[in-house]
Design a protein around this ligand. Structure first.
Ligand code: HEM
Length: 439
């Protein structure tokens, strides 16, 4: 291990090796272990062209996440950003510029966070709204399973990522946002395009934000029992733009991170043959430790020269906390003092952890109830993962299934089955039908 770097070493003056490489995509644990071996608790790395301190140690990661006096999120605290050294085309620039709640500090953050917490609260816990949501998640899960397995005589192949883990949270998000069905499908398609980050993504982001602004205006006129209306009730004076950005964050996180955790949990269960035995909540916990969907968290910036893991981070330098590295660190125990960081920690910790875990748990439970037999169609180490600087998820999860091996309960008894989806009218269901056709 190298000796501590000089006081307040300026990141820009240090040799930093690129983080996101083929090797990182192929074998992230080995790359992180090598960085820890060479640098200790924090390592200077090059994040797609920007020098960043990567926080590898669990104790130091928790310190950064919980100490908002020293570690800020607004990019105005980033020296390179202020000095114009972060080019407009830096791949993560649009994230940093996004003006979402995750980049607010102090009072501004507390106010936005209070509105978001209030808007999400009815869906978490034991209340009637949370109960209705659980029924809806169950009904959507059953609808997707019936759809993906239709026409195969009860046996066949499916992609449990594209045909199940990804659309399920999207459908839930649609309901949370109170989107009318027809528009809901368009929104789902745009979120899908944004998550794919292909050439259609920039237009999709633009359309999505426009649609969310219209939704906020509509809910100002006609409030309903949904997240936008509750955001407005809590913060009626906040601008339509601000509410639309909160909704965008909620929509994209619900879809991306929740889908990633559901798919990864199914892989863990199938790879270890424990789908039938594992308690979904324990399975989720283990998966969140081994494969946190957000393997790296968005940047934080030192408010002043601040000691961190043997170095002194200069005021204005960025740090990136890596839950993936922190979970592999000897200081991580999983206890209350050293919890896993898959949902963050401190003032910016995920406000929707119970909701996300409920979606994933029901998603696992319905797969277990409906499929008589389910096997991975590829060895676990050949499954295609999509690695981005912040989020990691499966690209696809090919399985062979057999619905007929056990008297599988059809749609859960307590839940009204949903009508067959309107494939011809709906771009979303047409897409799912294409995936079914491709097996
Ligand atoms: C398995 C699914 C999810 C995972 C793994 C996850 C993870 C995270 C993490 C790690 C953070 C903290 C980021 C940081 O400190 O830089 C976060 C923040 C956030 N998450 Fe989640 N999340 C999930 C689902 C959701 C859902 C379903 C929603 C909304 C319904 C949501 C809304 C948010 C919001 C609004 C923030 C920003 C909080 C703030 O800055 O105060 N997340 N999430």
């Amino acid at each position: 291990m190298s000796s501590p770097l000089p006081t307040a070493a300026r990141l820009a003056d240090l040799p930093a090796e690129p983080l996101i490489t083929h090797e990182y995509e192929r074998n992230r644990p080995a790359v992180l272990a090598a960085l820890r071996e060479r640098h200790g608790a924090v390592a200077p790395v090059d994040l797609l062209g920007q020098p960043v301190w990567l926080v590898l140690d669990h104790t130091e990661a928790l310190r950064v996440l919980t100490d908002e006096a020293h570690w800020k999120k607004a990019p105005a605290h980033w020296r390179a950003y202020r000095e114009g050294a972060v080019p407009r085309d830096w791949p993560l620039r649009f994230v940093v510029d996004s003006e979402m709640v995750t980049f607010f500090d102090d009072e501004r953050h507390a106010a936005a966070r209070a509105a978001i917490d209030a808007a999400i609260a009815p869906y978490q816990g034991d209340g009637a709204e949370a109960g209705r949501l659980r029924e809806l998640i169950t009904a959507h899960a059953d609808q997707l399973i019936s759809f993906l397995s239709a026409g195969g005589g009860g046996q066949g192949m499916a992609d449990l990522c594209g045909q199940y883990a990804r659309p399920l949270p999207l459908m839930v998000a649609n309901h949370l946002l109170g989107l009318p069905d027809a528009e809901g499908d368009d929104v789902l398609m745009d979120v899908w395009r944004v998550l794919d980050a292909g050439p259609e993504a920039p237009m999709a982001v633009h359309r999505l934000l426009g649609g969310l602004r219209e939704l906020v205006e509509e809910k100002r006129r006609h409030p309903g029992a949904d997240i936008p209306s509750r955001l407005l009730a809590h913060a009626p004076d906040a601008s339509t733009d601000e509410h639309a950005l909160h909704l965008n964050m909620i929509l994209v996180t619900t879809a991306e991170s929740t889908g990633a955790l559901l798919a990864a949990s199914l892989v863990h269960a199938l790879a270890t043959g424990t789908l039938d035995e594992a308690d979904p909540r324990e399975l989720i916990e283990r998966t969140a430790v081994a494969n946190p969907p957000m393997q790296n968290l968005s940047l934080r910036f030192a408010a002043a020269d601040t000691p961190l893991g043997g170095v002194t981070v200069a005021a204005g330098d960025p740090v990136m906390v890596s839950p993936a590295a922190a979970h592999a660190c000897p200081h991580f125990t999983g206890s209350d003092d050293a919890p896993h960081l898959a949902f963050g920690a401190g003032p910016h910790a995920c406000p929707a952890r119970p909701l996300a875990e409920t979606i994933v748990a029901i998603g696992i439970e319905r797969v277990r109830a409906r499929f008589g037999e389910l096997r991975l169609a590829l060895p676990p180490d050949q499954l295609p993962w999509r690695v981005t600087p912040l989020v990691t998820g499966l690209r696809s999860l090919p399985v062979r299934y057999d619905l007929t091996r056990r008297p599988a309960p059809e749609p859960a008894a307590a839940v009204e089955p949903l009508p067959a989806p309107p494939v011809r009218r709906s771009a979303f269901w047409r897409l799912l039908a294409t995936l079914r056709g491709g097996r």
